[in-house]
Design a binder for this molecule. Structure first.
Ligand code: EPU
Length: 421
């Protein structure tokens, strides 16, 4: 397993390009199952979760070409309807094939994902939505076995706003007979892009970008091209890399609108932010770092996927702050590792109480999941001395060449490739 060695304390400067959004790609890719023919997904980031989804689509029988972030998926050769455990256990987003397989072929067998690194992440809402659309579902041997002669429109009211369940319900309902209404649908930009893409394929959807989606089923969809939106979490992570090292950098090929909740909090801390439609410049040089508390919530609130990185940043703020995760109550695996670097953090239920310290100091730390790993790299950039971040395969799931990007703006970070650790 590869590790990173970071020598902290270097100021960053320069410009970095943001990649396409992982969580948009993971929804757009299975959507291609709905059309027979070749879909082209541009700006698809080169990262391990995308490679896992490619393997899964190939397992289903799709033909795939992927070069220079351009992904071509020909779904006309799909002849298998099973998402096996070996894929789903690696990546929960594999469950996204459930809706499109049912809509297109009327059958799907998808492994249940089980727990995740930071606690339970149920998929009951996905299953309930499919049942509403007329799907017979049986759970057997760790699999969802789903079948429907034909899907019909339905009224789906989600008790909790769920990105994945909204995506699955949307992909299943576009080919269902009649009208479907999804209430309390997720309005995360990745779901909005999925809905826009489905419309480009011929779907009829009203209310895109709102939490009430009205879908009038059509009889078929045709392949379409799409350019994946920028990754708002990579954007936020790089902004924190600049702020935690008191630096000034510019991010290109991104959009401030996607990450406004984080930009406002960074401004509260004292950072200067300039926004233009595709670029963000952050200047955290010579600032007194004010603490700023956050509570995660659904879009456009502060994203749970930025919570760990924010905790790292607050570790060096001048005062006390709190970080509350209202989406995932147990997502605090990074905290014991951050304390190994000298951070002062106490957990009370789903809140981290952080007392800023004057400096962090380098140590060996262990990645446990994607965003936890990102927080350790960020803390390592600020820490005095050498930090070793072990098990960076978690980071490789969701950040495209993160160490290269950080190096290009002056960070001292190297990847040590190894089969050990
Ligand atoms: N939930 C249920 N039942 C369900 C589905 C969700 O109770 O059937 C609950 C969850 O336990 C959670 C809340 O609903 O408390 C929201 O979860 P959601 O379904 O929105 O999460 P997801 O679709 O599984 C996506 C992202 C995550 C991100 C969450 C929240 C993808 C592939 N994954 O997951 O991204 O944290 O939305 O925004 O889009 C990451 O990129 O690191 C990551 C984990």
């Amino acid at each position: 397993m590869d590790k990173f060695i970071i020598t902290g304390g270097k100021q960053l400067s320069g410009t970095v390009e943001v990649s396409g959004a992982k969580n948009a790609s993971l929804a757009l890719m299975p959507a291609s199952i709905l059309a027979s023919g070749k879909s082209v997904l541009k700006n698809t980031p080169e990262l391990n979760d995308v490679f896992t989804m490619i393997k899964l689509l190939k397992h289903l029988g799709a033909e795939i070409n992927y070069k220079d972030e351009k992904l071509e998926i020909d779904s006309s050769t799909i002849n298998d309807f099973t998402a096996p455990y070996e894929h789903v256990k690696k990546m929960r987003a594999s469950v996204y094939v459930l809706g499109p397989l049912l809509a297109k072929f009327g059958k799907a067998k998808v492994s249940l994902p089980g727990g995740c690194a930071w606690g339970p992440r149920p998929i009951n809402l996905h299953i309930e939505a499919m049942k509403k659309l007329g799907v017979q579902i049986e759970l057997s041997d760790g699999y969802i076995i789903a079948e429907a002669k034909s899907l019909h429109g339905a009224k789906i009211n989600f008790d909790v706003s769920s990105v994945g369940a909204s995506g699955n319900a949307l992909m299943a309902s576009v080919l269902a007979k009649g009208m479907t209404v999804i209430n309390n649908a997720a309005i995360e930009p990745e779901i909005t892009q999925l809905a826009d893409y489905l419309v480009k394929m011929g779907a009829r959807i009203n209310g895109i970008g709102t939490n009430k989606l009205e879908i009038e089923g059509v009889s078929e969809l045709k392949p379409a091209d799409v350019t994946t939106i920028p990754d708002r979490i990579e954007t936020g992570t790089l902004l924190i890399a600049a702020s935690i090292t008191k630096s000034k950098i510019t991010l290109t090929q991104t959009s401030p609108d996607l990450i406004e909740s984080v930009l406002i909090k960074l401004e509260d801390c004292g950072c200067k932010i300039s926004r233009s439609p595709d670029n963000i410049t952050i200047d955290a040089q010579n600032i007194k770092f004010n603490p700023s508390s956050i509570t995660t919530s659904i879009y456009p609130g502060f994203p749970t996927d930025m919570q760990a990185q924010w905790t790292a940043l607050m570790s060096i703020a001048e005062g006390v702050s709190t970080v509350t995760d209202s989406i995932y109550f147990d997502r605090f695996k990074h905290v014991p590792e951050l304390t190994r670097l000298g951070a002062q953090i106490v957990i009370d239920k789903n809140t981290a109480i952080i007392t800023g310290v004057k400096k962090l100091t380098g140590a060996k730390v262990m990645s446990t999941d994607l965003r936890a790993s990102a927080s350790l790299v960020l803390a390592g950039l600020a820490a005095k001395g050498k930090t070793e971040v072990l098990r960076v395969y978690h980071l490789d799931r969701g950040y495209q060449r993160i160490e290269k990007k950080l190096k290009s703006i002056g960070a001292d970070i190297q990847r040590i490739e190894s089969k050990e650790y």
